[in-house]
Design a protein around this ligand. Structure first.
Ligand SMILES: *Cc1c(COP(=O)(O)O)cnc(C)c1O
Length: 231
């Protein structure tokens, strides 16, 4: 089933690229594997996919230990400062930085580990109460502060758009994120690039690609519905 799902998604990505005049190699598909067993990740890996997304540090660490080392692990979930240290040698990109406090801890741990950590700034573009991320108006100020940290590189923006029945309803939000990234890029801040836009999930990745996404985070459409148990 996973192989068929991936075929379908690949076709959809190509269609969205054709519609918007973009190239396939501008877009990275991140397989969001949270709650899914290693055997399913191995199946996805066997098709050539190397980017996987997890939202919990513990789960990412466990899978990191078991699976091949050429996987790029994307931390896409809300991150607590006390967990940052466990990610230093594992995360390829942290998508969910939304406070100075968190950035300070990443800087501290990155310095200790003697490495540079790539991050995205999470924007709550629809200003939903239930979601993490900065309001659009707060983004530039935080980026300016974080840009001074020598062990962090800001690579772009991430957003989780609202859950909608019709993906067209999110087009405006994706467009706003793209515009925000262009505005920030035009400021030419040291240490800051806006090459990555992480937006679009199972329900709306085609629209996100049409509006400029460079990373799409797809879980359900690859792996099927997630089942959460209370253990
Ligand atoms: C779970 C999750 C996804 C994937 O969502 P699907 O609707 O299953 O594709 C994408 N991004 C984040 C941040 C997530 O937590």
């Amino acid at each position: 089933m996973i192989i068929e799902n991936l075929d379908m998604i690949e076709k959809n990505i190509l269609t969205a690229c054709a519609t918007s005049g973009r190239k396939r190699d501008e877009i990275t598909l991140i397989a969001v594997s949270k709650t899914k067993p290693v055997s399913m990740l191995e199946e996805v890996y066997s098709t050539g996919i190397r980017d996987f997304g997890e939202n919990k540090v513990q789960e990412l660490s466990d899978k990191f230990e078991i699976l091949p080392k050429d996987i790029k692990w994307h931390m896409i979930g809300h991150l607590q400062t006390n967990k940052v240290k466990y990610l230093m040698d594992k995360a390829y990109l942290i998508h969910s930085v939304d406070s100075l406090k968190l950035a300070k801890e990443i800087e501290k741990q990155a310095e200790k580990a003697n490495r540079i950590v790539d991050i995205l700034i999470e924007v709550n573009i629809a200003e939903e109460e239930s979601k993490f991320g900065l309001a659009k108006e707060e983004v530039l100020a935080l980026i300016k502060e974080i840009s001074l940290f020598p062990h962090i590189r800001i690579k772009g923006l991430m957003t989780i758009a609202p859950y909608v029945e019709n993906p067209e309803d999110n087009r405006l939000y994706f467009r706003q994120i793209k515009q925000l990234s262009v505005d920030i890029d035009s400021q030419n801040i040291d240490n800051v690039s806006m090459n990555i836009l992480s937006m679009g999930m199972s329900g709306d990745y085609m629209v996100a690609i049409e509006e400029g996404a460079t990373m799409i985070r797809v879980g359900t459409s690859i792996f099927g519905e997630r089942v959460y148990t209370n253990i």
